[in-house]
Design a protein around this ligand. Structure first.
Ligand code: BGC
Length: 751
């Protein structure tokens, strides 16, 4: 298909029309030229294909589909191979349903536990989010269906999501809010990128040329098309010029006419419209030319896959006295409505019409399990009778498992949570059950962290997140030991909401949200502040034990253009097979510039039989040590010592090694009369010039009077000099010629 030739035949009106949808889910056809339309559908963790009335809030019905675990859960798997396979399954379903693009993955950073959409997002860590998204995109696109990585960018709250401006400095955007998109674009080339609703530093993402063209295309090499989030367009012509190719959904021709008008008035270059059409048609024909609608969609097989994935995602947060796994011979009380009707997904555009859902009680058929409802999730209440009945059931059993979590109304697309608590009725229930039976475990269903006031009273906590339609099967497997839990937290659970770094500024003021915590998001903040947390990033227990040893580096020193291999050995020292997530973090030893203590730069999920050892090797490169330098607008690694740590959580890193890095980039320096001695003396080029000047101009200790020597030592003298600007030397020591000398020295320093 010669797309350029096709575009040459189109009228301006046809081209402008092609740049927006024909309805909620289809691109436009141009019948005169035989250009067909294609359909897209939400995602990200399954299909929300709407055959009839379309909407983007998950209100109207969609076809029966399979709900895989949501991103908050899948990120906890730390298993990119598994995510890729999940993507393949979703890609197959797209082919079967004749969908050109599935709208996901969603990679926005979990800045606050309150974001209503955290369940759809992967992590507080950009590297982990990027690796997960890359795997997902590769999986879907291996089936010749496209993806739409979203929401680009800095869309970390639902509050005022269509009008607020996320104001963050360049370094924060580059280090925290962009890398997941960057990695996915560079490594997986998603067919489409969805721009977000919000503004970034005052400019709508949908009309930001810096974001959509300079960074996304010119720097990262994105080749696909940019689609608006549904209704994100403000100024359509500005959007086309900025690089927003496709507007969704249809604007009923309103914005198409604005494109035509802008071209006619000479305000928009028609070439920009041609380019948008070229990208849209490339996507359309890319899908159509290899479409395989005969691909089967085996929903039962995908249900089983969803169960297997859910089991790999669950995080065993606490397990005192080895309470879990439970013994299948014992009588166990399942308590809480989520054992029957589990909360498996979040509300909004990702909401899937499951063809089947399995709760834990159903999955535990054949085991000695009793049940008490404990609370009503829909009514969000527990009567005294319900709690008493639950406590009695717990007392009568060997152990109790409370299935708790956030009811649907607590977290959803479109609004944020207002607190981090579980429903009060559920907290009361857990306390009562734990009181009735000390062998109490809690299974949590939530898309984002919750406070756990009862944590000291229960023996075990299993975080199931929003685990998809087969979550109950996975829960029973993990609880009774048929599966060994191996998830690790992709986010920190703070002790309380107020500990979160964004707490003071989260919702912003009016339409402005300042990202004032900067790069200190999640563990980057808690670690720097040495704060206690409820459960740290990366944490996850197992029914077996692992030993980490021998962090071996392939070299002791390197230039920032070199790569480094870091090998870690892990041994299963327990008595059953299991998996762990080996995590590798780097950090700079120097205090300047201000950086997090450690940042995740590598991870691997490793499966080991009892007694088995494996060596895992990570490759580290410049980006593994760099920070974004806003002076040169690029990644930069200051020369110095870097620390590499490895272990199985950000707070359990038994292995540590050091490497010396030498920068190959010289930062441009311009000195002025305001430059201070400390900075000049730290610059190997400037230091000799300055030292020579100082020698000529300062008295040696011997020259000073005894009283002066007593009052100020040479060290103190130097320490005070450190912060002195050059201009302070004018006329120093009663030498009028000093001013001229300073000015001459400045000239030499800047040569
Ligand atoms: C959401 C997107 C979604 C789109 C289409 C929007 O409200 O932000 O994530 O893909 O609707 O349903």
């Amino acid at each position: 298909m010669d797309i350029k030739q096709l575009i040459a035949k189109m009228t301006l009106e046809e081209k402008a029309g092609l740049c927006s949808g024909s309805d909620f889910w289809h691109t436009k056809a141009v019948e005169r030229l035989g250009i067909p339309q294609v359909m897209v559908s939400d995602g990200p963790h399954g299909l929300r294909k709407q055959d009839l009335e379309g909407d983007h809030l998950g209100i109207n019905d969609s076809i029966k589909a399979v709900c895989f675990p949501t991103a908050c859960a899948t990120a906890a798997s730390f298993d990119t191979d598994m995510i890729r396979e999940m993507g393949e399954a979703i890609g197959d379903s797209c082919q079967h349903e004749k969908l050109a693009v599935v709208l996901g993955p969603a990679v926005n950073i979990k800045r606050s536990p309150l974001c209503g959409r955290n369940f759809e997002y992967y992590s507080e860590d950009p590297y982990l989010a990027g690796r997960m998204a890359t795997a997902m995109i590769q999986g879907v696109q291996s089936r010749n269906a496209g993806t739409s990585i979203k929401h680009f960018a800095a869309n970390s709250q639902e509050h005022r999501r269509m009008s607020s401006s996320s104001n963050a400095d360049e370094r924060t955007l580059r280090e925290i809010y962009f890398p997941a998109f960057e990695m996915a674009v560079k490594e997986a080339q998603p067919w489409t990128v969805m721009c977000s609703y919000n503004k970034i530093n005052g400019v709508y993402a949908s009309e930001d040329p810096w974001l959509l063209t300079e960074v996304l295309r010119n720097e990262w090499g994105f080749k696909g098309l940019v689609v608006s989030d549904w209704g994100a367009v403000s100024d359509r012509a500005a959007g086309v010029a900025a690089g927003l190719d496709l507007e969704m959904p249809s604007s009923d021709g309103v914005n198409d006419r604005k494109i035509v008008q802008a071209v006619r008035e000479g305000k928009l270059d028609e070439k920009a419209v041609d380019l948008a059409c070229e990208r849209i048609l490339t996507m359309v024909y890319r899908y159509l030319e290899h479409a395989k609608p005969e691909t089967p969609w085996d929903k039962e097989a995908q249900h089983a896959q969803a169960a297997a994935i859910a089991a790999e995602c669950m995080v065993l947060l606490k397990n005192n006295d080895g309470m879990l796994p439970l013994n299948k011979e014992d009588e166990i009380a399942f308590i809480g409505e989520f054992a029957v009707k589990p909360r498996i997904q979040g509300g909004g555009s990702s909401h899937i019409n499951c063809f089947r859902t399995t709760g834990a009680l159903e999955a535990a058929k054949g085991l000695k399990v009793t049940y008490a409802q404990g609370y009503s999730a829909a009514e969000d209440r527990a009567t005294d009778e319900m709690i008493a009945e639950a406590a009695a059931a717990a007392k009568a059993a060997k152990a109790a498992v409370v299935f708790a979590g956030l009811p649907d109304s607590y977290e959803s697309e479109g609004y944020d949570r207002t607190h981090m608590r579980l429903p009060d009725c559920q907290n009361r229930l857990i306390e009562a059950v734990a009181e009735a039976n000390p062998n109490t475990a809690v299974v949590l269903h939530n898309g984002s962290p919750v406070e756990m006031p009862w944590i000291g009273k229960v023996k075990a906590v299993l975080e199931a997140y929003l685990g998809g339609q087969a979550v109950g099967e996975a829960e029973v497997k993990v609880l009774f030991g048929d599966a060994n839990p191996c998830g690790h937290l992709a986010e920190t659970f703070p002790l309380k909401l107020e500990d979160n770094p964004s707490y003071l500024f989260y919702l912003g003021e009016g339409n402005v949200t300042e990202y004032r915590e900067g790069v200190f998001v999640g563990y980057r903040y808690y670690d720097k502040k040495k704060m206690d947390v409820l459960f740290p990033f990366g944490h996850g227990l197992s029914y077996t034990t692992f030993e980490y040893s021998g962090l071996e580096l392939s070299r002791e020193s390197m230039k920032d253009t070199d790569t480094l291999q870091a090998a870690v050995t892990v041994k299963n020292t327990g008595s059953r097979s299991g998996k762990t997530a080996v995590q590798l973090y780097t950090g700079a030893a120097a205090a300047d510039p201000i950086r997090p203590v450690r940042e995740l730069k590598g991870f691997a999920k490793v499966e080991l039989a009892p007694g088995e050892s494996k060596k895992v090797t990570f490759t580290l490169d410049k980006r593994s040590f760099a920070y974004w330098n806003s002076q040169i607008h690029d990644w930069y690694v200051p020369s110095g010592t870097y620390i590499i740590e490895a272990g199985d959580s950000s707070r359990h890193l038994p292995l540590r090694a050091e490497v010396q890095l030498t920068s190959t980039t010289e930062l441009p320096r311009t000195y002025t009369l305001d430059s201070i001695y400390m900075d000049l003396l730290a610059d190997p080029k400037a230091a000799p010039i300055v030292k020579e000047f100082l020698q000529r101009n300062s008295e040696s200790k011997e020259e000073r009077s005894e009283t002066a020597q007593d009052a100020i030592s040479d060290e103190m003298n130097l320490a005070m000099l450190n912060y002195m600007p050059l201009r302070a030397m004018f006329g120093l020591g009663g030498r009028p010629e000093a001013e001229q000398e300073v000015l001459e020295m400045l000239k030499r320093l800047n040569q």
